[in-house]
Design a protein around this ligand. Structure first.
Ligand code: PEP
Ligand code: MG
Length: 604
């Protein structure tokens, strides 16, 4: 049966492939492909986990007090039986041997299959046994977590499994760090039930440059394993089991998009200069040193944001030490060949928890409101030794190229002082240890309204500022950027947001300080003219967005933007109207074309 699911478009283009469902479990698990040569070892891990759980259940049975109700012992019998049931055991092994999933993923994929079968049962008693199988799988996952895999993820493992069809990943949620593991994997698209346009999962999906839809609510429940799905990443529509005519229409669009990409790639060496001769610096946002290659290929003039926190995530009980960090920063700096690399100090917390187990803890249990909790610089300042270690690693990398240091989420003037003191101390320690470093520029992210309101203070202490519009919008409008239920209220065109951005840029320019935008607005052509009109001359975005932003710049005359900006800034109209007004006055054909693309809807 063909049907559609609607969500939030976060990464453009069309993907067509078979659904691969990643089940969500109460125990959050890693999903990655293993190398073909390690299949047997991974099956061995699963066997070990089963033995451990069998021992656990048997010793629970033995320890059962005589007065315990007989149902309890019967329940443990059922769990033992399920543990050894071939539907769970053999099928899980197949996910590992044929598709090369890691053991945890294989288990959760098979749980998904079994859970659906239980859901369809007529008999209520049997239907309720689903909870038992879930508990058994949860025990197995916990046993696996205690014996982590030594088998590294492989980027290409899945190519070896039987099917040749492209795959689309469907999940309730994917942690940003897991998403990063899917870089260079074979997925052609992503669909998640939860998330907003600037959630970090969406940001990483966008950096992969493949179509993605988030916040599709029921997608992982409605779509079944191996269903054919089309992701329309422009409209935020997922077409499940499309009819041949719809499929053909989307294949046609795919070919058009490929042609368009080909045309855009020719702009790689063209300088980003407006019609009136304004030079615009286009920089790249990266998550790991290996991304520097994509940045250079896209023609970036440097890295405007290296999100160092991805190195810290998914490492329970073990954070990267100074040398490991230094090597990573040096790799990025050397790869950029003398172009500047802006390394942001660790920004964990909110939807970027330190390790996987703490995702649910951070989101739901301990931190009541993690986006407003111990995040970013607040966490760094609460861990002074760790912070200085990172600062030393960044400083040491500056001996190998042009490094800038960027500090996230600064809000209090006191945090400015403590941060600058920590940097001075780290430098002093390097001098004492006879380690080389250069005199680097230090910048502040302006991403909290309080910081934007006192940006003058920040500009007195820092060499440059970078506007983190993702968080600035989140905190100004009190909208959780990762919450799909309020995603429609997340409005970059809100007059308050525009005022904070325009004010910060004007202040920085007046004080002769470098100012850039590194939030998602920078890479979205809907905002290019607006940001240029506000006086921005430096934008940092995913490498894949550089060419289309550059094309927009090449067609813009900044002298003609002034009046439009003044009107939009003085308007009391709601955000959407302001956006329309700004675009309409430009009469920009390109803008209209792209706008139509977003609203497009193809029936199945
Ligand atoms: C931002 O908030 O705009 C930003 C660039 O930082 P992050 O998305 O990593 O929070
Ligand atoms: Mg931010």
């Amino acid at each position: 049966m063909s049907f559609q699911v609607f969500g939030i478009p976060v990464s453009r283009g069309v993907a067509i492939g078979r659904a691969l469902l990643v089940a969500s479990s109460r125990v959050d698990v890693a999903h990655y492909f293993i190398d073909a040569s390690r299949v047997e070892a991974e099956i061995g891990r699963l066997r070990e986990a089963r033995n451990t759980v069998a021992n656990e259940l048997e010793s629970l049975q033995r320890a059962m007090p005589a007065e315990a109700p007989p149902e309890l012992s019967a329940l443990l019998d059922v769990h033992l039986m399920l543990l050894h049931d071939e539907v769970l055991r053999d099928a899980t092994r197949l996910w590992i041997s044929e598709r090369h999933y890691n053991a945890e993923w294989a288990l959760s994929a098979q749980l998904e299959v079994i859970a659906r079968q239980f859901d369809e049962m007529e008999d209520e008693y049997l239907r309720e046994r689903k909870a038992d199988i879930e508990q058994v799988v949860e025990r197995l996952l916990r046993a696996l977590a205690r014996a982590p895999s030594l088998i590294g993820a492989t980027a290409h493992g899945a190519r070896d499994f039987g099917g040749e069809d492209p795959l689309v990943l469907v999940a309730n949620d994917i942690a940003p760090a897991d998403m990063l593991q899917f870089k260079r994997s074979i997925f052609t698209g992503f669909i998640t039930d939860v998330g907003g346009k600037t959630s970090h999962t969406a940001i990483v999906a966008r950096s992969l440059d493949i179509p993605a839809v988030v916040g599709a609510r029921e997608a992982s429940r409605l779509i079944r394993q191996d269903d054919w799905v089309v992701i329309d990443g422009d409209a935020g529509i997922v077409v499940v089991n499309p009819s041949p005519i719809v499929l053909e229409e989307y294949r046609f669009r795919q070919r058009q998009i490929d042609l368009e990409r080909e045309r855009l790639s020719r702009l790689r060496h063209t300088p980003a200069v407006t019609l009136d001769g304004e030079h615009i610096e286009l920089l790249a946002n990266i998550e790991q040193p290996a991304d520097a290659e994509a940045a250079l290929l896209a023609g970036a003039l440097g890295v405007g944001l290296f999100r160092s926190e991805f190195m810290f995530m998914n490492r329970p009980g073990d954070l990267p030490g100074e040398d490991e960090q230094f090597e990573a920063y040096r790799a990025a700096v050397e790869a950029m060949n003398g172009l500047p690399v802006t390394i942001r100090t660790v920004d964990v917390g909110a939807d970027k928890p330190l390790d996987r187990m703490s995702i649910s803890e951070l989101r739901h249990e301990h931190a009541l409101n993690p986006a407003m909790g111990l995040r970013a610089i607040r966490w760094s300042l609460s861990e002074p030794a760790m912070f200085r270690q990172q600062l030393r690693a960044i400083l040491r990398a500056s001996a190998f190229g042009k490094v800038r240091l960027l500090v996230p989420m600064l809000t209090q003037p006191r945090e400015i002082r403590l941060t600058l003191e920590a940097i001075a101390r780290a430098k002093q320690q390097l001098v004492e240890a006879n380690r080389a470093f250069s005199d680097i520029e230090v910048g502040a992210m302006i991403e909290v309204p309080a910081a934007a309101l006192i940006v003058k203070t920040f500009l007195r202490y820092f060499d440059f500022i970078s506007l983190g519009t993702n968080d600035l919008i989140q905190y100004t409008l009190a909208i959780d950027r990762a919450d799909e239920t309020v995603a429609h209220l997340y409005d970059p065109w809100h007059p308050a947001v525009l005022e904070l951005i325009a004010g910060s840029v004007a202040q920085a320019r007046a004080m002769g300080k470098h100012v850039s935008v590194c939030g998602e607005m920078a890479g979205d052509t809907e905002f290019t003219e607006l940001l240029l009109a506000m006086g921005l001359r430096s934008l940092s975005m995913h490498p894949s967005q550089i060419a289309s932003v550059k094309r927009r710049i090449l067609r813009t005359d900044t002298r003609r933007l002034e009046q439009r900006l003044a009107q939009v800034l003085s308007s009391e109209a709601p955000g959407v109207t302001a956006a329309q007004a700004f675009a309409a006055r430009g009469g920009n054909e390109q803008g209209q074309m792209e706008g139509n693309g977003r609203a497009r809807n193809v029936g199945a």
